[in-house]
Design a protein. Structure first.
Length: 155
């Protein structure tokens, strides 16, 4: 019985670590000003000089994390399931951190701030979708499949 449960626990724990790390890396990029939508003419002045290097660092970190997770899961079918779970967990973490000021009654209390709370929820959801959808989903999937294929072929 223990031998049958071990692969499932390993897959679950790797998926949780993969999702948590993906959420943390994405939040780092958001707070560095790299993944913010262009509401103005461009990125903040502090980011302009090293924006390309930091974006390459972000995407290579996501790719490396996905390859490592695919190798640790060691099954291509379970890697696809792990990808879906980690993407969902990373999205939840990003949304919760971005909407964290809304979760506290001490900072936003009273009936007059109801519209502010609704606006913060909408902005957090919109920003989370914009940050996670275009490219990171493909990088995560590519890295997971590449890691699973590497493990099955070479290891």
């Amino acid at each position: 019985m223990k031998e049958r449960l071990a692969p499932y626990w390993r897959t679950l724990l790797v998926t949780l670590g993969w999702g948590t790390s993906f959420g943390a890396i994405t939040l780092w990029a958001i707070f560095q000003g790299l993944l913010l939508p262009n509401f103005t003419t461009g990125p903040p002045p502090e980011v302009q000089q090293t924006e390309t290097m930091r974006l390459a660092l972000y995407y290579s970190t996501v790719l490396g994390l996905s390859v490592l997770s695919g190798v640790l899961i060691a099954d291509l079918g379970k890697t696809i399931g792990g990808f879906a779970g980690s993407y969902l967990l990373g999205g939840i973490i990003v949304f919760l951190v971005l909407s964290a000021p809304n979760l506290s009654d001490a900072t936003l209390s009273g009936l007059r701030l109801y519209l502010t709370r609704q606006g913060l929820d909408k902005i957090s959801l919109d920003l989370t979708f914009r940050v996670l959808f275009p490219l990171p989903i493909f990088v995560l999937l590519l890295g997971g499949i590449l890691g699973g294929a590497l493990e099955e072929h070479y290891l």
